[in-house]
Ligand binder design. Structure first.
Ligand SMILES: Cc1cc2nc3c(=O)[nH]c(=O)nc-3n(C[C@H](O)[C@H](O)[C@H](O)COP(=O)(O)O)c2cc1C
Length: 211
């Protein structure tokens, strides 16, 4: 099984973080999770998830949020100020990292190598070690600064994957749209999930309706 890092920064999109964590854990993978201060604030606002300073593995609030009784030893929550944590070193092997969601601020720090906290440091490590790094950015509209930072991280080897779902799969619910993005993220991490819907072309009926 793999070992992945999930960074949660302070952009809108907490349902994406939840689905990606669920997908990784359900697949039997180990997950190191680091959440910025603003990320915690957004989790409170969007998911009603109130995290204390606790970083224990089976944080009761996180388990309830994920709908799990225990994560065994699969999930480790690391404090974003703990730059001595395992994922701060390239010698600690991982199969990749996703920052989901990724704020404009965290994007800027990663693009400029400013490793002031564990989340940005872990991303910096992924880039220097040539490991997979996916940034699920969420902002609209985008400034020239955002666009330049997206170019910089792409040139450095990261994948910018905005949290913007498509509509061609005919989503029936918000969860369908969340799953579309989460499925694409997991696919890029090389993780099998039931969330990814492969597009094989429109239903024949869709043509009939337009004729
Ligand atoms: C509820 C809420 C939603 C936010 N949504 C976004 C967003 O979608 N994109 C963004 O770049 N910043 C967003 N912000 C602002 C960031 O959280 C803020 O710039 C913060 O300093 C980012 O810190 P971080 O990058 O360390 O997580 C939001 C803040 C709050 C409280």
């Amino acid at each position: 099984m793999g070992r992945y890092i999930v960074g949660i920064a302070g952009a809108s999109g907490a349902p994406y973080s939840k689905r990606v964590l669920q997908g990784l854990l359900a697949g039997g993978h180990d997950v190191k999770c680091v959440i910025s201060d603003a990320g915690r604030r957004v989790l409170e606002v969007e998911e009603r998830l109130l995290l204390t300073g606790n970083t224990n593995t089976d944080h009761p609030d996180i388990l309830e949020w994920l709908g799990m009784e225990s994560t065994g030893s699969q999930l480790e929550l690391l404090h974003h100020k703990d730059v001595a944590a395992s994922i701060a070193s390239g010698s600690f092997h991982t199969d990749g990292m996703v920052v989901v969601p990724c704020s404009g601020g965290t994007l800027a720090k990663i693009a400029n190598g400013i490793s002031s906290g564990l989340l940005e440091r872990a991303a910096d490590v992924c880039l220097k070690e040539r490991r997979k790094l996916i940034l699920v950015t969420r902002e609209t509209p985008l400034s020239l600064i955002h666009l330049r930072n997206m170019t910089a991280v792409t040139e450095a080897g990261a994948i910018v994957m905005p949290g913007s779902p498509g509509y061609y799969h005919q989503p029936k619910s918000v969860q369908d749209m969340v799953d579309m993005i989460a499925g694409r993220i997991l696919d890029h991490l090389g993780v099998d999930s039931k969330l990814l819907q492969e597009w094989t072309g429109p239903e024949p009926a869709a043509y009939a309706e337009t004729e």
